[in-house]
Ligand binder design. Structure first.
Ligand code: ZN
Length: 424
């Protein structure tokens, strides 16, 4: 894995080259990974995933899923990428599933707990490396104690998260050296420390002293920590890290958050956000064309304003499907009755498989009748839209226009492109 940086102006534009054990892959930065559940893109088969444009060349697996497969993979011997039918995709293994937060209070000095379908598993450093030897990932996160996201973490607990994570890192680095199966794999060190700045800085400095392949900014999942605090910590941490190694962050995925992290020197994100949007029956409809011509401006208006207009007429409905309270201004809730006779695509101008063939009205119908196809089509649209958003970020960085893109995204975060008032 080799990081090539083309510029570090308002964000790090670059390329993660020689990716994967074969050294053939490359990931454009800033970029995102392909979110999977147990190794497959949610709702999609390998073939339907093939219809999605811009799929990242790195799939994210989580130890919580793979730990249960440990013995099978050990016997299989050819690694997880081949086992899940994606032999040409590079694989990154993280500790936890970003969509399933773990219960707090189970980590100790010796082990970190992860939850699989059959319950809690205690993972020590040596068990962790045994599992990695069976997975044979191209790239993985070192085991760490990131149990600091509940919002009520004392200084003492934050310090402990750093101490434990460093001691896990040292143990795993020693084991890595002795593992011929993992010689092509790159291990990232996790930076912990909750919301305590000194601890975050200590974690960053100490991790940077060790021979890690890159850095994971962990512990920013969830909403317990204020966004301003997160951003301040992220900026302080990246300032301590060497320029020549990649930085991934876990748990930050909304378009506005992504841009703020990129400005603070983060390179890689997960793509659980479009999955969450899909699960709540929503479609991403935010725009990222910050310099639209008159035609694009009209489309943008059509995607949003039309919904707001219609919204008023529906307020006296007795039964209106309730949107998820987690819904963001970047999406529309298709189960809402206002879409039952909306014959436009999910997003005007979108070239995805779903928008080329189907209407909002059809997706509404699939959702209210609980058809599995709803998840498939929504996932295809949401993934493609999210992946191309990253392309737009790289273009904006190249043209030195990240500020304009940010302004445009933030205006939608405030008003929403189709900021459906679904809570009436
Ligand atoms: Zn689409």
């Amino acid at each position: 894995m080799r990081l090539k940086l083309f510029g570090v102006g308002s964000g790090r534009l670059g390329m993660l080259a020689e990716l994967g054990r074969s050294g053939a892959g490359s990931l454009a930065l800033p970029g995102c990974l392909l979110y999977t559940r147990g190794g497959s893109a949610p709702h999609l088969t390998y073939d339907t995933l093939g219809e999605v444009a811009g799929v990242p060349p790195v799939a994210q697996l989580t130890l919580s899923f793979m730990a249960e497969l440990h013995e099978v993979l050990e016997e299989y011997k050819k690694g997880a990428a081949k086992f899940i039918g994606m032999p040409d995709t590079a694989v990154y293994c993280s500790l936890h599933d970003p969509v399933a937060p773990c219960p707090s209070g189970y980590n100790t000095n010796k082990a970190v707990s992860v939850w699989g379908s059959s319950g809690r598993m205690e993972i020590t450093a040596s068990k962790f490396m045994d599992i990695q030897r069976a997975i044979q990932p191209d790239w993985f996160q070192c085991i760490s104690d990131g149990d600091t996201i509940s919002g009520e973490v004392s200084r003492k607990r934050a310090k402990k998260s750093v101490d434990r994570s460093l001691s896990f890192l040292d143990a795993c680095l020693q084991l890595l050296e002795k593992s011929p199966e993992l010689q092509g794999s790159v291990m990232f060190g996790a930076i912990e420390g909750g919301d305590v700045l000194e601890e975050r800085l200590r974690s960053a400095r100490e991790t940077a002293k060790r021979p890690v392949g890159g850095f994971l900014l962990d512990g920013f999942q969830g909403s317990a920590m204020a966004k301003e605090t997160k951003l301040k910590l992220i900026a302080s941490v990246t300032a301590e890290l060497p320029e020549d190694k990649p930085r991934i962050i876990h748990g930050m995925g909304k378009p506005d958050e992504v841009l703020e992290c990129i400005e603070r020197g983060v390179d890689i994100f997960e793509s659980f956000f479009p999955f969450q949007v899909t699960e709540r029956g929503c479609a991403l409809v935010f725009g990222y064309d910050y310099q639209p011509g008159p035609e694009a401006a009209a489309v943008l208006k059509q995607n949003g304003a039309q919904d707001l207009e219609k919204n008023g007429a529906e307020e006296d409905q007795d039964e209106i499907a309730k949107a998820d309270p987690e819904m963001t201004p970047f999406e529309i809730f298709l189960k809402d009755k206002r879409y039952q006779d909306d014959f436009g695509p999910l997003l005007e101008g979108c070239t995805c498989y779903c928008c080329q063939r189907h209407t909002r009205a059809y997706l509404h119908h699939l959702l209210v009748t609980n058809e599995l196809l709803a998840g498939v089509l929504l996932m295809m649209h949401n993934f493609q839209h999210y992946f191309s958003f990253f392309g737009a970020i790289r273009d904006a960085l190249r043209d030195n226009k990240l500020d304009q893109l940010k302004k445009f995204i933030f205006s939608q975060a405030l008003q929403g492109p189709a900021n459906a008032r679904t809570d009436q």
